[in-house]
Structures are given as structure tokens and as C-alpha cells.
Design a protein around this ligand. Sequence first.
Ligand code: ADP
Ligand code: ADP
Length: 228
Amino acid sequence: MIQLKDVVKQYDDGFKALHDMNLEFKEGEITVLIGPSGCGKSTTMKLINRIINPSSGQILIGQQDISTLDPVRLRRTIGYVIQNIGLFPHMTIAKNVGVVPRLLKWDKTRIDTRVDELLHLVGLDPEVYRNRYPSELSGGQQQRIGVIRALAADPQVILMDEPFSALDPISREQLQDELIRLQQELKKTIIFVTHDMDEAIKIADTIILMKDGEVVQIGKPEQILRHP
Ligand code: ADP
Ligand code: ADP
């Protein structure tokens, strides 16, 4: 479980992006953060991934304050998927998927086996795709690679910041379905940012509605629907 306790984020220019956030993200659930542009969704994700630090308050993974985790441990604990995929263009698919395992110094056989297993998981034949470059894949296929790269070292937590927003509607629906199916198997703590309520309602176990750096509503999709 991830907890935010009294988290405040004030940027260097004085702007307060988050006011006293108290939140819990449960294991085995997909929690969706939703709200208008500028409400603080990405700030929350960056804080959990320790790309930025809170001005005050604490972020806990299990019992541990993330500010005390060493960088390698942090990478192993949290996987991260972003909107524009962020695959390395000069690396093959296998190299891209293996970034975090290499960082963790897994041996080559273990990495190769894991890469093939992950490609299978999202319906891509390793024989065909392992040695291709990102530019040789469709947008939907590249985003699948982004997702399995985040899964590679089996992190407890996966942060997904508008991961499917750049895709065409059909690929987007397919990836939403795959994510739901994967989560039934993997039971991770997934935090998913979107500004699309239909997407939120489809994939979320819990929805957190934000506005102006504050939480305005938390509930199951059907509760959010009933009290829009
Ligand atoms: P969202 O992801 O919900 O669109 P963000 O978390 O990116 O919102 O931003 C929340 C608010 O913080 C916005 O008003 C944004 O302009 C501001 N903000 C984001 N990054 C910075 C920064 N580095 N310096 C100052 N203000 C920032
Ligand atoms: P390098 O060490 O090779 O400079 P990084 O370790 O910073 O690169 O990140 C490698 C890639 O992994 C990044 O491009 C990013 O998309 C992705 N990434 C970033 N944070 C995480 C994370 N916590 N878990 C998994 N992948 C991540």
C-alpha cells in the first residue's frame, strides 16, 4: 500500500500545486486519479516516483518512507509508464524491456527469458519483435512495450501517467482490456492518471477526483457516477 500523509507541494516559484493531501492506494487495486488539467495529477505521480520531493509531509510504501529508499531499490519497487512511451529509439525492444533488470544486474539468461515472457504476455511473438527497433512498431505495440518495460523487474507499484492518451480509440480500448486482464493476474498497486471519465470508470477499482490541488471525491466508479 502507498500512503500520502499531509503532503504539500509548493514549487520554487511559490505556486502550491498540492494542499495537504492524505491518500491511500491499495494493493491489488487500480486507483485512477482524475481531474482537470492543472489539478495536480502529474505532481502527485512525480512525488511518488521521487522525481520531485514534497515541501512537507510523507509518502510511505508499506511502512517505509520513500525518501529513505536507495535509488536502485526505488527502481525495483516502482514501475513507471508515461504518455509518449519514452522508449529508447536506438535500443532494440529486448534492450528497452531489459533496462531495469540490467540496472539490477540480472544475468543475461534471466533477462532474455524475462523479456520473452513479457512479450508473450501482451501477445507479441518474441521471435518477431525482440530485435526490432521502436520505430518498426505501431503506436499500440510501442505502448505495450512501455507497459511491459515497467513490469520487467516485477515492481510492487506501477505508475501510469495518461499511458494510452496518444493512441487511436481501438488500440486504446484493447490496451485498457489488457491492463484489466493483467491486473487480475498480477494484483499490483496501480496508480493511473487520466482526464477521461469513461476510461476511469472502465478500469478503476477506486476513483480519486481532484481539483486545484485537492481531493474532492473518492469512491468506486458506480458511486462517482451517482454523484457527479
Ligand atoms: P495535472 O497533471 O493535473 O495537469 P500538474 O500536476 O502537472 O497538473 O500541475 C499542477 C499545477 O502545478 C499546475 O498549475 C502547474 O502549472 C503547476 N506546476 C507544475 N509543475 C510546475 C513547476 N515545475 N513549477 C511551477 N509550477 C508547476
Ligand atoms: P538510465 O539510467 O539509463 O539513464 P533511467 O534509469 O533513468 O535511465 O530510466 C530508464 C527508463 O526507465 C526511463 O526512460 C523511464 O522511461 C523508465 N523509468 C523511469 N522510472 C522508472 C521506474 N521507476 N521503473 C521503471 N522504469 C522507469
